[in-house]
Unconditional design. Structure first.
Length: 304
């Protein structure tokens, strides 16, 4: 008798940053922030999602909160402070976004999340917790997850490996690095160090060169070609790749893909979703007016 396989939706809990990306050439501000993006993308892919982060009391904080709530993201563990939203100044050059400066994450920069016991009990209900270096969270917070056996996916971005990298890697289940600027040997060396630190998999995204996954028990990386086509805006491409990769890994393979074919399926899902996400402005869309009123006149923007 044929029995239809019933898969529960993936459950992603995202802990960290929400901001607005202010496009100077458009006069619009788009909701964003790595973990905020992932929570929205997860909902768009049919997964359950939660976001734990800090919201201010200004217009943009309210807009971000309302949009996530409307998308069905669980915001019950968020913190609220009478401060301003994180803001990044951005310009677009032939579809590729360039960061010009920021207010260091705004409310998140001043109040990075510190996980308490209630947070940890909440996170245990999810398949994986997602964070990144711009969450501003200390490595000790991720050690709390590891102590509870909570899987962690962490995006290390395109920064040079540093003290934070080596402190967080041992707590990661899946590590993501942006490596379009790195040579092949550098990518291989970094991935092997990630596996040696204890990661189940290390995923390297390389822009037009595609992506690679290095996994425990596999002698060679799995390589996936990039999608080729018109690109309007690359903002959020990495976050959308990560989200679709994880949702596929969880829903189809219980976060334990085996063999090159299963890892390839995860990467192809990420590649396709990232390509689709490059077809509109901003990480998730929803352009808002750029800040102009007196509420923001004293914000200090620093060049990144």
């Amino acid at each position: 008798m044929y029995t239809k396989e019933i898969r529960k939706p993936a459950r992603l809990a995202c802990v960290g940053l929400n901001v607005v990306d202010c496009y100077q050439n458009q006069g619009k501000a788009y909701p964003g922030g790595n973990e905020y993006n992932v929570s929205i993308f997860a909902r768009r892919l049919g997964a359950q999602a939660a976001f734990i982060g800090c919201f201010g009391k200004d217009f943009y904080s309210g807009a971000n909160y309302a949009l996530a709530l409307q998308a069905g993201v669980d915001l019950s563990r968020c913190r609220h402070y009478p401060e301003e939203c994180g803001m990044a100044m951005v310009t677009l050059e032939q579809g590729d976004r360039t960061f010009l400066g920021s207010n260091n994450g705004g409310v998140t920069g001043r109040h990075p999340v510190r996980l308490d016991e209630a947070d940890l009990r909440f996170l245990e209900k999810y398949d994986i917790t997602v964070s990144d270096r711009y969450s501003r969270m200390a490595p000790a917070e991720f050690a709390k997850l590891a102590a509870k056996g909570i899987p962690l996916a962490y995006d290390f971005g395109d920064e040079e490996p540093d003290e934070l990298t080596w402190a967080v890697l041992p707590h990661c289940t899946v590590a993501f690095f942006s490596c379009s600027h790195r040579k092949d040997q550098e990518i291989d060396d970094l991935a092997q160090k990630g596996l040696a630190a204890g990661c189940r998999a290390v995923v390297m995204t390389m822009g037009a060169r595609g992506a690679r996954t290095y996994a425990r028990g596999m002698d060679d990386p799995v390589c996936c070609a990039a999608r080729v086509g018109p690109v309007l805006d690359t903002m959020g491409a990495g976050d959308s790749f990560l989200t679709a990769f994880l949702v596929t890994a969880i829903q189809k393979f219980a976060l334990a893909p085996q063999g090159s074919g299963e890892w390839m399926e995860c990467m192809q899902a990420g590649t396709q979703f990232a390509f689709e996400n490059c077809g509109f402005y901003g990480s998730i869309g929803y352009g808002l007016p750029c800040p102009q009123d007196s509420e923001y006149q004293n914000i200090q923007f620093k060049r990144r």
